[in-house]
Design a protein around this ligand. Sequence first.
Ligand code: ZN
Ligand code: ZN
Length: 343
Amino acid sequence: MKSTYKAVEVSAPGILRVVERSVPEPGVGQVRIRVEACGICHTDMFTVTGTYPGLTLPRVPGHEVVGRIDVLGSGVSRWKIGQRVGVGFLGGECGVCEPCMRGDSANCQNPVVSGVSVDGGYAEVMIAEARGIVSIPDELTSAEAAPLLCAGITTYNALRNAGLRGGDLVAIQGIGGLGHLGIQFARHMGFHTVAIGRGQEKEKLAKDLGAHIYIDAAAEDAAAALQRIGRARAILATAPSGGDAMGPLVSGLAARGKFIVVGAPPDPIQLSALPLIFGGRSVYGSLTGTPIDSEDTLAFSVLENIRPMIETVPLDQAADAYARMMQGKARFRMVLVTKDGAA
Ligand code: ZN
Ligand code: ZN
């Protein structure tokens, strides 16, 4: 086997370049993965721009990684060589911070973060913490499974943990990398599913993904439209831009309704106090989840035949693919594939 591998690293802020590195050995409790596919997530921006707090460069981005284990570090028992596994954003909890001690490891204060605190999946090889990896079902190709490990788990967990009941009116704001999965999960979890997008041309897509109703926020006041339909028990806000468009949607919630933020627009979300007080509505965020939550996401996707809509790109072209994602041209997830993934 070759003693080097290809990786795409951020060498300086804004610069993604292909480099050749020597193949590393996994340490105690780690595995080495031959990467087959890695999704490009909007959050990779914080690595590429060098702005993630505490980040040091060079760093290989990528936290929607699927590949096969080729070496086990010492002390690793659950996993086997040749097994297909995935790594998401949270690549291993610290186990000793207060949230970890309280069993809330998804909110670990000092986690291993793939593509941020350690090198991620824009590469042919990745070292991962064995406690942070997940098993990939045979029904999913590596390129299909990759986006489910961040965009998928983020929307799936946010919806299933919101205390909703079958038949509840649930709106998904944004029809992109996160939203196109959120609509499918909402429909298959049994919710009365509303998609909120911008432009009439998105209506057919939203309905093909499972939305019962489409609201064109470019043509009408989306909160007023929700009030007319019957008010949402939850709104999942997935758009990566337009924080100013999020706040007014709170008025479209039912009493005790929840506005759940999973998309991260750079501008502030403006909120009016009145719909929060009168009706006891709440606004909160949700961050991916644990490895077992990822396995649940994958299993539910297989069960209900939910798939991300992807465009695959060879690893060498990561810089172009990233630029297209940032320009909003990805439909809907760009996934880098290596030689092993294409084979
Ligand atoms: Zn992500
Ligand atoms: Zn912790």
